[in-house]
Design a protein around this ligand. Structure first.
Ligand code: SF4
Length: 345
């Protein structure tokens, strides 16, 4: 049994057959998550015979790094991680002006089918467990530690739809918040969803004030259905009502992510519709010029269209940002490194 990702209480339950005092669970928890030991043999504060018994039945297994690519400007590092059953995920470190931000995946593949996304090309293999998502953070934090740095913020925007893996994602957030693990405030997390309405409403009640980011990508139902199949299940008015409810309940500003695709959703008409949709909300818009996926045949708009779209929203007093280019020289768009690996396998 792999105990990586278990809470202290869960470790205590696992230790029951070993008939050891309860403080042993605390020692193992500390050794795994603070001292980062993955071998019971190194936990020298445990009796030698217990270390042997633990080794016989339990493991502490973290993913292996299959590939690590660093962008030429040194600001982005992308990790391709492999789990023992063959699952592969991407996790990314982005050195932002406000600190080190990591982007974690929550599923191996994705079933949502967004037309512009490389992560969904082979569908969903499986959900990641709480411990596997946590391991992504640890792998990147180990890398940062070597340079005397640490993780400052985390976005759940990698492969997968986080709200389709709700329990594991919330478990991950709770563990990252634990003082003995990373001790990160919930406000340092941003969860991105394609618009799973029941999940958004449930998260609003969870008491974890994480920022919510909605992958909107189209300002009307018809266009959204064309590029995001999930829109057929949760219609735009319902999704917007859920994000408003989230903002009201948590007091957190919602970000609407909008991938700009040439000739699809980047015209002035769409900018006008988007501004009508968003105005008056506790929200901002993040424009993301498409990072083209070879298989999808879609194009990135020219600089002029991007600027015109952004300028229109600003004129309407909608807080808007254009995502900066990061790591395009290392296939940094969601799912591209993982796909390259799968093709080569
Ligand atoms: S954009 Fe997100 S939700 Fe859509 S297919 Fe890609 S990973 Fe899934």
């Amino acid at each position: 049994m792999n105990i990586w990702g278990l809470t202290q209480e869960e470790i205590q339950t696992v230790l029951e057959p070993f008939h050891v005092p309860s403080y042993r669970a605390k020692q193992i928890h500390r050794a795994m998550y603070q001292e980062r030991k993955t071998d019971f043999g190194e936990m020298t504060n445990l009796p030698k015979e217990l270390r042997g018994r633990l080794k016989d039945t339990l493991t502490i297994e973290r993913p292996s790094v299959l590939d690590l690519r660093r962008s030429s400007d040194g600001r982005t590092a992308k990790f391709l991680l492999g789990f023992s059953d063959g699952a592969t995920v991407e996790s990314v470190l982005m050195r932002q002006p406000y600190g080190n931000s990591i982007c974690v995946s929550t599923q191996d593949g994705c079933s949502m089918g967004c037309v512009f996304c490389a992560s969904t090309l082979h569908g969903l293999s499986r959900n990641l467990t709480r411990g596997e998502i946590l391991a992504e953070a640890y792998v990147i934090d180990d890398y940062l530690r070597e340079q005397g740095e640490k993780i400052d913020t985390c976005v759940l925007m990698g492969t997968g739809e986080p709200l389709m893996n709700y329990e594991n994602v919330v478990g991950f957030l709770r563990m990252m918040h634990e003082k003995e693990i990373f001790g990160m405030s919930y406000r340092s997390f941003t969860l991105s969803t394609s618009g799973i309405v029941p999940g958004i409403l449930r998260l609003a009640e969870e008491g974890l004030p994480v920022s919510l980011s909605l992958s909107l990508h189209a300002p009307n139902q018809e266009l959204r259905e064309k590029i995001m199949p999930i829109a057929r299940k949760y219609a735009l008015p319902e999704v917007i009502a859920a994000t408003k409810a989230y903002a009201k309940k948590t007091g957190r500003r919602v970000t609407y992510e909008y991938i700009l695709i040439a000739g699809v959703n980047d015209g002035l008409e769409e900018a006008k519709e988007l501004s009508r949709l968003v105005s008056g909300q506790l929200a901002s818009v993040n424009l993301i010029p498409l990072n083209p996926v070879a298989e999808a045949g879609l194009k990135r708009p020219g600089l002029e269209s991007i600027e015109a779209f952004s300028a229109y929203l600003s004129k309407q007093h909608i807080p808007v940002t254009v995502r900066r280019e990061m790591g395009t020289d290392i296939d940094a768009a969601c799912g591209q490194l993982r796909n390259a690996y799968r093709r080569g396998r």
